[in-house]
Write a protein that binds this ligand. Structure first.
Ligand code: 13P
Length: 248
């Protein structure tokens, strides 16, 4: 059995006060032996989140990481900087980054590599748009997004990584993939990794993301290749987020 992981992605929401109160309310709902729960907060709240979560079961992550180690890259934040704030995770290749900010497969692979180099666990987000699904391109899109990273960093790097399957058509739309639809793609991803390394594939946590809510989490998480979730909107409510966590 793989350990489960539930990660909140707050995106560009909240305020300093909201970030603090969300962290505190989530921590209040956890007990010392809980594991496998994290929040990816906006960069500017990382220091607060690091202080509030220290010594608690709640882990912290960033929503992106630079594709370079340091230097003249205005507006970027390096993996080493994130480590200074006790970041454990960094999302890479979220579909909003890919579609609104031009994060290409090559740039996502470089970000993934930077995260690994600093001992962060990258959460590699992959998934197809509605148009791609309707044109039967789901698996070829997954192949491209996955292979770009594997080709750059090698399969061994996935020992210290997480994948999140997030169908773009299910993000923020209230339209979740069915349990079976999600499982089909998760199984495909695991098999593709297994072609390179069976052991890594068996241990790799593959999270589902896209309109996960307290009432649909249990069904999704019961699927054999779904190891938890990457939660957007529903992670902005501590009680709902904790319910989703308990469903895993
Ligand atoms: P929603 O849960 O709001 O659909 O967002 C999913 C997501 O993008 C998490 O990264």
């Amino acid at each position: 059995m793989r350990p489960t992981l539930v990660v909140g992605n707050w995106k560009m929401n909240g305020s300093k006060a909201v970030a603090e109160s969300l962290c505190k309310s989530i921590i209040a709902g956890l007990s010392a032996d809980d594991t496998g729960i994290a929040v990816c907060v906006p960069y500017v709240y990382l220091a607060d989140a690091a202080a509030l979560t220290q010594g608690t079961p709640l882990a912290v992550g960033a929503q992106n990481v630079a594709d370079q180690a340091s230097g003249a890259y205005t507006g970027e934040v390096s993996a080493a900087m994130l480590k200074e704030f006790n970041c454990e995770f960094a999302l890479v290749g979220h579909s909003e980054r890919r579609s609104y900010y031009g994060d290409s497969n090559a740039s996502v692979a470089a970000r993934f590599e930077q995260a690994i180099a600093q001992g962060l666990t990258p959460i590699l987000c992959i998934g197809e748009t509605l148009e791609q699904r309707e044109q039967d391109q789901t698996f070829s899109v997954i192949d491209e997004q996955l292979d770009a990273v594997i080709d750059k960093v090698g399969i061994e790097a996935f020992k210290q990584a997480v994948i999140a399957y997030e169908p773009v058509w299910a993000i923020g739309t209230g339209k979740t993939a069915s349990d079976e639809q999600a499982q089909e793609v998760h199984k495909y991803i695991r098999e593709r990794i297994a072609q390179k390394n069976l052991e890594i594939a068996g241990r790799l946590q593959i999270l589902y993301g896209g309109s996960v809510k307290p009432d649909n989490a249990k069904g999704l998480f019961a699927m054999p290749d779904i190891d938890g979730g990457l939660i957007g909107g529903a992670s902005l409510d501590a009680e709902g987020f904790l319910k989703i966590y308990r469903a895993a």
